[in-house]
Design a protein around this ligand. Sequence first.
Ligand SMILES: Nc1nc2c(ncn2[C@@H]2O[C@H](COP(=O)(O)OP(=O)(O)OP(=O)(O)O)[C@@H](O)[C@H]2O)c(=O)[nH]1
Ligand SMILES: [Mg+2]
Length: 301
Amino acid sequence: MDEGAILVTGVGGIGCTWAEKAHTKCSELADLLLIDADESSFAGAAAAHCLHLDAGGDGRGTAALPALAAHRLRDGIGSVTPLLEQAELVVIMTGLGGGMGSGASAELASLARENDCLVITIAGLPFAEQPLRCKIAETAIQALEENSHVCIRVSMERLAWQARHRDDDWRTGSGWIGDLIEGLVTTLAKVGKINLDLMDLRTVINRPGNATLIVGTGTTDRPDKVVGEARKSPLSNLSIDGAKGCMIQVEGGPDMTLAHLNEVTEAFVSSLDPDCQVIMGARASDKMVGRIRLVAVVSGL
Ligand SMILES: Nc1nc2c(ncn2[C@@H]2O[C@H](COP(=O)(O)OP(=O)(O)OP(=O)(O)O)[C@@H](O)[C@H]2O)c(=O)[nH]1
Ligand SMILES: [Mg+2]
């Protein structure tokens, strides 16, 4: 891994699946780190740094015991510390309510921050009909929020709902998480038409208040639908109305025009605070012919 790299990380079973799947879309731009006690979580990845936290040797996870997972992470972190020392941005993905993700992800976030990384966490919240798991998740999300620069709460219920509409599996992130990560990583790792970089991201994120990430995709014939898509994202209970800071990247194919660009950004920005500081970027890539994607980091909520 190179200095200033982006590290996409999965913690626990669901987190590893999300991270793996998202990373396949940006594998040339970011490294992948998978952390779990269950070795089968590493099986699907073509190339990844894997941290196997299985002190008992039974290879079966941490049985919904977050404290045990946190303890194992502190014991095993030495072997991945060099990755944290080199990374500039760490994106942590995890599903809360079990042991590994709930216990180890906040520890990891805190260690990443100690190493001066920017930390963005995507945390899945359990289904409401799992009260015990919800309780574990409630404690875990607080620790994660304290230790991340941006912590995005994703409702797994809404993700499942969206996955049904897309004829996809929520366990793999329903495509939504992949879009979000691909958009974020390509925004930050590549030089765009108008370049956005990690300094811009830090500026936006360091505003007081909450911050979140939004992604929406659509086609060039209906640019008006992109913002609607973005607003339907499976984020849990967070409105972006009245945001004070915003970084927007619009990505399209070589066929994307300035009119497309304006339509998408204006529709999005009009819902934010009139005094909102907006940093904007745009980029064309051959991969996006006929499509438009909006990725926004919104802060000061
Ligand atoms: N309804 C439903 N929820 C699931 C399923 N799989 C995972 N989840 C949810 O996702 C959360 C995290 O699951 P995992 O990522 O497997 O947990 P883990 O972090 O590996 O935890 P341990 O295996 O206990 O160490 C759970 O608390 C559940 O709420 C599933 O098949 N159905
Ligand atoms: Mg597990």
